[in-house]
Design a protein around this ligand. Structure first.
Ligand code: FAD
Length: 468
């Protein structure tokens, strides 16, 4: 970047919050990339040049117009909880920090409108108070992540056992998106158009406002059911996920000893090498759930509705032990652990779990998240892996793939190598239209940078454009 660009930017954005304090810029240039020893090595020195914090849509448009005029890269940032290095400004330039655009707007039957920087937990609190409704799904970073960052960088989470993922039509209703042009425009995307910016790491426009669907809210009961081996726990969970009359919000399996070893508060409810199944169940389903667990030989070792108010206050929400929080809490105890993100192949997912357990032995501690995927209950895996070398990590990924699993490689920072988002001609054409200079989050989309990119790859992706 030209040395005087920051000074010019400050002049052009007079009256807006533009900061270039090196410590602040470094902090806002980071996300949870360090979960991966590979990304830690590759991205540790990545830093932007300036942080711009717009307060409204008009300021977003001003910031983008100025960056376009100065040929300055722009990397949007929600709360920086992404764990694929998505929010890291590989080419420097401007970090566009959306956190001040956090208003929760209109709430109606089955929907909420919120500014992109609004935190998911705050949206949920507002919709609950307004009309007893809640977000269908959220990442386990409910308290810390923004709605715009979730849609642009996440995939699903708590609630996915009932509602599927962000990839599914209907789980995002409408987006307002700012383009990166000399005169930035505001687009309204609905229906299939949403796929153009969903999970695109902000390479295809800046989301300013999101409309997402709501479901009736419940005071979810948290429960832990213990088993003496993984296969029994996995079969129980698979059956529970398919038991249509029991309403669940979360269903996860933690491999032998994981809970006891790494859950600082809830670990005391488990013993030794027990496998634990973590569940959030609606209050009206609790009796049926307890009977179902007993019938499958599970020992109910924890129920939040049996605690006193004081006891409950000492515990984190159970969902903060699930999804990528499992990795976080385990790494606090053993920083040599890393992880993978897997989709086990339906309908043979339980057989594949067993096979991978046999192949990897003590190198892996299994962590399964049961989800609805295109109408079926299947399990995704976020196994903890004992890291030795990058070569061995790649070999482990190869083993999963050879056994029919889809790997979303959290040790790569590009969209395509991460494996969730397919870049296709439509995606690229949209980028040419909305970001002709390629200034949005540069370096994250191989199809943009590599003229020889192979669009014909037969690899399966989580987010594909809807077929024409
Ligand atoms: P950021 O990290 O700030 O950004 C994510 C991506 O979106 C970046 O590429 C950024 O450039 C882009 N972006 C941000 N805002 C905008 C915008 N307004 N317009 C366009 N692009 C934008 N993910 C899940 O899907 N499910 C989980 O359960 C889950 N659990 C997690 C648990 C932990 C402990 C951690 C560390 C991560 C977890 N994640 C999970 C990943 C991450 O928390 C989520 O994807 C989260 O929703 C990201 O939100 P954010 O506001 O922090 O986004």
């Amino acid at each position: 970047m030209q040395p005087n660009s920051i000074a010019q930017l400050k002049t052009m954005l007079d009256g807006m919050l533009v900061e270039d304090d090196p410590a602040l810029v470094r902090r806002k240039s980071r996300d949870f990339y360090w979960y991966s020893p590979v990304l830690k090595r590759l991205l540790d020195e990545v830093v932007g040049d300036v942080v711009v914090t717009p307060r409204n849509e008009a300021e977003v448009l001003r910031a983008l117009a100025a960056a376009h005029a100065l040929d300055m890269p722009v990397t949007p940032r929600g709360a920086g909880t992404g764990n694929y290095g998505q929010a890291m400004p590989l080419a420097g330039g401007m970090v566009l920090d959306l956190h001040a655009m956090n208003a929760v707007g209109e709430i109606g039957p089955g929907y909420v409108v919120a500014e992109a920087g609004a935190l998911l937990g705050r949206i949920d609190a507002a919709t609950r108070a307004h009309s007893g409704q809640e977000l269908r799904m959220f990442p386990s970073t409910h308290r810390t992540a923004s709605i715009g960052g979730f849609i642009a960088g996440g995939s699903g989470g708590v609630g996915s056992i009932r509602w599927g993922g962000l990839r599914n039509s209907g789980n995002v209703t409408r987006l307002r998106v700012a383009t990166m042009e000399a005169k930035p425009r505001l687009l309204v995307l609905e229906g299939d158009e949403i796929a153009k910016v969903a999970h695109a790491y902000g390479t295809n426009g800046i989301i300013t406002e999101c409309t997402v669907p709501l479901a009736p809210s419940y005071d979810w009961v948290e429960a832990i059911v213990a088993f003496d081996d993984l296969a029994k726990a996995a079969h129980f969970s698979d059956a529970l996920g398919r038991e249509d009359g029991i309403l669940l919000k979360e269903l996860a399996v933690m491999g032998p000893g994981l809970g006891r070893r790494y859950f600082s508060q809830h670990g005391r409810f488990l013993t030794g090498d027990q496998v634990s199944v973590l569940v959030m169940v609606a209050p009206h389903s609790v009796t049926a759930f307890a009977a179902f667990a007993a019938r499958h030989g599970g020992a109910e070792v924890f129920r939040s509705d049996r605690l006193t108010d004081d006891e409950r206050k000492t515990l984190p929400p159970l969902f903060e032990l699930t999804w990528n929080h499992t990795t976080l809490v385990a790494r606090r105890v053993d920083p040599s652990l890393t992880y993978l993100q897997i989709l086990y192949p339906y309908p043979d997912h339980l057989a594949a779990v067993a096979t991978m357990g046999r192949l990897l032995g003590d190198e892996m501690i299994e962590h399964l998240e049961f989800i609805r995927f295109d109408g079926h209950v299947v399990c995704s895996g976020l196994p903890l892996i004992r890291f030795t070398t990058e070569e061995r990590l790649d070999a482990i990924i190869g083993l999963f793939e050879e056994n029919g699993c889809l790997v979303f490689n959290p040790h790569r920072y590009t969209l395509e190598e991460g494996g969730m988002k397919r870049s296709d001609h439509g995606q690229l054409a949209f980028k040419r239209e909305v970001d002709p200079k390629g200034l949005l989050n540069p370096g994250k989309m191989i199809a943009w940078d590599d003229p020889n990119f192979d669009f014909s790859s037969s690899r399966r992706y989580l987010f594909s454009q809807p077929a024409a």
